[in-house]
Design a protein around this ligand. Structure first.
Ligand SMILES: Cc1cc2nc3c(=O)[nH]c(=O)nc-3n(C[C@H](O)[C@H](O)[C@H](O)COP(=O)(O)OP(=O)(O)OC[C@H]3O[C@@H](n4cnc5c(N)ncnc54)[C@H](O)[C@@H]3O)c2cc1C
Length: 264
């Protein structure tokens, strides 16, 4: 990775105006992915002094600043209190502790990585992204949006509903990228099924979720059927880590187990 300039932003307005100056200027969070990509930039715009590293709450939401590290996120009592610890659990699956002390929630979401544990773990819940200049988007809307978002993620807001969650990352070794990621939630008596790392960015299996939500007391067979529908409606691909067929087999097992778990 090469850069002509390191620029410490003094405010969101300052960071945004610097970002607009040159298409080769880039926002810098933990810098881990930027470094790994090894590209050349004009200016790296450091967001670390803007006070975006706090987690707070209102009556309805938990608000997570974009510069909160994955480690602070997973250890936060507010995050742990949500959905039976499922969101925090998903973040604990990323690399090692030293790594998570640097990687940020903002960098994890804005990258829209196809392998993201963090995104898969958040997607079943009601999560809104807040940007500068003023703009907000639901997480799913952001993931489906095809263009480039030339704005700064300020924070994410997670609704505090009562519910349960399940997360499973299937990986070959402890520090690996996932072969497939599954998240399932049961919130306000509604199930949501999410599959990530197919290897494509996480997506909600809407047909499968609707199917299981249409049944008043679903049985194991209904969970098996929902898992089948999910793997039919979402696209799965081969890559060097696993075949499409293997991913589908794994997804079917863990979706069924996730549904069983959150239905207890
Ligand atoms: C070797 C390696 C292995 C990894 N393994 C996993 C894994 O197994 N599972 C997993 O889920 N993740 C994994 N990740 C991703 C990691 O968890 C982080 O998501 C990633 O490093 C980005 O976070 P960062 O803070 O380093 O962001 P950066 O590298 O600083 O930034 C990433 C991108 O986000 C943009 N950005 C950052 N902050 C903002 C903001 N506030 N507003 C707008 N844009 C912003 C940057 O401009 C850049 O384009 C891995 C990353 C690496 C390098």
């Amino acid at each position: 990775m090469r850069a002509n300039e390191y620029y410490r932003a003094s405010s969101l307005e300052d960071a945004y105006s610097k970002l607009q100056e040159d298409p080769k200027n880039v926002l810098l969070a933990g810098g881990l992915w930027i470094k790994k990509m090894g590209q050349s930039y004009n200016a790296l715009i450091d967001l670390s002094t803007l006070g975006l590293n706090k987690i707070s709450e209102t009556k309805e939401e938990v608000i997570v600043g974009s510069m909160v590290t994955e480690r602070d996120f997973e250890n936060s009592p507010l995050i742990k209190s949500l959905y039976g610890d499922a969101i925090s659990f998903a973040t604990r699956e990323v690399m090692g502790v030293n790594f998570r002390n640097l990687a940020t929630i903002g960098g994890s979401i804005m990258g829209r990585y196809p392998f993201s544990d963090v995104i898969t773990g958040l997607l079943p819940y009601d999560v809104t992204l807040h940007f500068y200049p003023e703009q907000e988007m639901k997480l799913e809307e952001f993931l489906l949006f095809r263009g480039k978002i030339n704005a700064i993620l300020v924070d994410i807001r997670i609704k505090k509903h009562v519910g349960k969650g399940f997360f499973k990352k299937v990986k070959t070794t402890a520090l690996d990228f996932p072969i497939v990621n599954i998240a399932v939630s049961e919130v306000n008596d509604k199930y949501t099924i999410v599959v990530g790392a197919r290897p494509m960015v996480a997506a909600i299996a809407h047909k499968a979720s609707d199917y299981i939500n249409s049944i008043s007391s679903p049985s194991r067979d209904d969970f098996v059927k929902a898992a089948e529908i999910a793997t039919e409606e979402l696209q799965f691909l081969d890559n060097k880590d696993a075949s499409k067929e293997y991913r589908i087999d794994l997804a079917r097992v863990y979706i069924r187990r996730g549904l069983e778990e959150v239905s207890k």
